[in-house]
Design a protein around this ligand. Structure first.
Ligand code: SD4
Length: 324
């Protein structure tokens, strides 16, 4: 893992530092970067392209990063062909589609739902939790009751195609959580608006054929998503248990705060997993943006990609990875 000293070589200045006997303490120094006010959208996997296009409509109009990250990922939630998010998501081993999502704004507000069933747009429920309750997180029946009270409609989210895939899986019922076997997965999105503010969102149907009640990293603030508008934002995709054990998105943003570039921070957070956990058969990818609009991405294994949109150009980029 790169040391903090290495991060500080990258031409960024320390604005504040506490020093004890001449030694500056990690966590007490912050890096000053100039805030960009050029709109930018980044989001995970191929389906990030359509999410970015939608978010861009808000961003070019001077709209907020918060609105952009919500409307952007809603496109993927509503797509029945995306088998890892919202409608059409692959179910748990008992055939239930259970959804996790969270959202964070530039003020540090956060909202989250997990183990939510029957609601196509969990990201919008998460936003309502953030804006209309005194809480951060609602789960299961409580989240569903809250959603219905806010006018969301109960829907069947298991499509014919997902049901067929699940039935096929049941013939063997072997639980092998291979995430990233296909090139589409959880959608995590970070946007910066024309005021320079950062917001983020993350929404998923989680690991296919998981146990009933299993919750991954995606709705957990600091694991699947973290935004600190003074420094940067990060989202995660992949095997959620690994991000939960390392609080990976928080770690990425904290490293940015301490002077790492977005790229270095993603690499260091992957290295933390590699150093501490059994990582070989699991994929994790981090995607980050600092407040200057610099982006970074890194994964354990090849195959992770993300979409980046700036100046009206939307491109797909292959992430680098720890293994080759
Ligand atoms: C989870 N992190 O539930 C999610 C799944 C995912 O890319 O991101 N897949 O563990």
């Amino acid at each position: 893992m790169k040391s903090r000293r290495t991060f500080l070589k990258n031409g960024v200045a320390i604005t504040a530092g506490l020093s004890l006997a001449g030694t500056s303490c990690v966590g007490e120094s912050e890096i000053q970067r100039e805030r960009s006010t050029k709109p930018k959208a980044i989001s995970t996997w191929n389906h990030g392209l359509s999410a970015n296009e939608e978010a861009w409509k808000t961003l070019v109009d001077g709209g907020s990063a918060l609105d952009a990250v919500e409307t952007g990922v809603m496109v993927v939630e509503a797509d029945p062909k995306s088998t890892s998010v919202g409608l059409g998501g692959l179910p748990d081993r008992d055939g239930n589609v259970t959804l996790d999502a969270c959202i964070m704004d530039h003020l540090g507000n956060a909202g989250s739902v997990s183990f939510l069933q029957h609601i196509k747009h969990p990201i919008s429920v998460a936003r309502k939790v953030m804006e209309e309750t005194p809480h951060v997180m609602l789960v299961g029946d409580g989240a569903l009751k809250f959603a219905l009270s806010k006018g969301f409609k109960k829907e069947q989210l298991l499509t014919e195609d997902s049901r067929d895939q699940w039935k096929k899986w049941k013939e063997e019922s072997k639980y092998r959580p291979i995430i990233n076997s296909e090139n589409h997965d959880t959608i995590g999105m970070i946007c910066q608006d024309s005021k320079g503010n950062l917001s983020g969102s993350c929404t998923t149907s989680g690991a296919a054929y998981k146990m009933y009640g299993r919750v991954g990293d995606s709705p957990v603030i600091g694991a699947g998503l973290f935004v600190d508008n003074d420094h940067g934002a990060a989202v995660a995709t992949g095997m959620g248990e690994l991000m939960l054990k390392t609080l990976g998105s928080f770690l990425v943003v904290e490293l940015i705060r301490q002077g790492a570039t977005a790229q270095e921070a993603c690499e260091a957070a992957i290295q933390r997993i590699v150093d501490k956990l059994d990582y070989k058969s699991f994929q994790v990818g981090y995607l980050a943006m600092d407040k200057a609009g610099n982006t970074g991405a890194f994964a354990i294994h090849p195959g992770f990609n993300y979409a980046e949109m700036a100046d009206g150009n939307n491109i797909l980029i292959d992430s680098r990875s720890y293994s080759n």
